[in-house]
Design a binder for this molecule. Structure first.
Ligand SMILES: C[S@@+](CC[C@H](N)C(=O)[O-])C[C@H]1O[C@@H](n2cnc3c(N)ncnc32)[C@H](O)[C@@H]1O
Length: 266
């Protein structure tokens, strides 16, 4: 790798770490009630900081250990504050069925199972992904890994029941059949980030989610006033454009944590 690029990468990593440590050490702003989801839409930047601090001050130890495992050795993407988002969403909406489009190594799918287990909620989790290094115009993934076996091993590591994994692109007929096979309580779209594919994912999932059910759209914060700290990102153009086109008479936006935006079917 170009030594200048390498040095820049090291510097940015150091700066992000330093900023995280400083923020985690500060007491959370108690004036901002994190259970009031509307506040996350009014000031997504302040809410994100509050959620990040909740991760470090309030989250159950099992969930922090789960995040630590997926952060090690680049087993997962995401941000600490997103563990808080899922913790809040699962406890509030108690989904019995959860679908993830784009699984990678099972961080979110196993997190949902783990939160449900801790909270005594029966939740069947399903993931649709090619379980290969398939990327898109903004993402490249490592090639030397059996993603399906790795995801199953990560579920075993946390002593969770095995998930239902569908090895397919979300636009394949077999995947579309699975999406349409039931009314889902909660769906998380985080597969291919290119606009035309996210649009297809939204079309399939918005029909298949239960009335009152939830769709979380990852990487869609560029079209909001979220201003990320240096260790976070506002997302990608494809999902962000799609989010701004969602028909609000069908879906109400109820929550935002960083670049994750949460929509509820009316
Ligand atoms: C950003 S990663 C998902 C991370 C995951 N949500 C998590 O937090 O653990 C995106 C994943 O989607 C997969 N993917 C790419 N194109 C896809 C498609 N058309 N349908 C489903 N998944 C796709 C990629 O191979 C990758 O594993």
């Amino acid at each position: 790798m170009n030594p200048l690029k390498q040095a820049k990468g090291l510097y940015l990593g150091w700066r992000a770490n330093r900023s995280k440590i400083a923020l985690a050490g500060r007491a959370p702003d108690l004036a901002l009630d994190p259970e009031n989801l509307r506040l996350s839409l009014e000031d997504p930047s302040a809410y994100y900081v509050r959620a990040f601090q909740e991760f470090h001050h309030c989250l159950p130890a099992e969930l922090k250990a789960h995040r630590a495992f997926f952060t090690q050795d680049s087993r997962g993407f995401g941000e600490d504050a997103f563990h808080v988002m899922w913790w809040r969403l699962v406890r509030k909406f108690e989904p019995n069925t959860f679908l993830e489009i784009g699984v990678y190594r099972g961080q979110v799918l196993s997190l949902i199972s783990l939160i449900a287990k801790l909270e005594g909620i029966e939740c069947h989790v399903t993931g649709i992904s090619p379980f290969s290094p398939a990327g898109d115009s903004v993402s490249i993934y490592r090639s030397n890994l059996d993603y399906l076996e790795d995801t199953l091993a990560n579920f075993r590591k946390f002593e969770l029941s095995q998930p239902e994994l569908i090895k397919a692109y979300s636009t394949d007929a077999s995947a579309l059949d699975v999406i349409a096979s039931r009314k889902w309580d909660m769906i998380y779209i985080d597969g291919n980030h290119d606009y035309d594919i996210v649009l297809k994912d939204w079309h399939a999932c918005s029909k298949a989610v239960e009335s009152g059910g939830i769709i979380v759209l990852d990487d869609s914060g560029l079209s909001t006033n979220y201003r990320p700290p240096c260790f976070s990102t506002a997302g990608h153009p494809g999902p962000s454009q799609l989010a701004s086109e969602i028909d609000r008479s069908e879906f109400e936006e109820i929550f935002q944590v960083g670049h994750n935006r949460v929509f509820r079917k009316r």
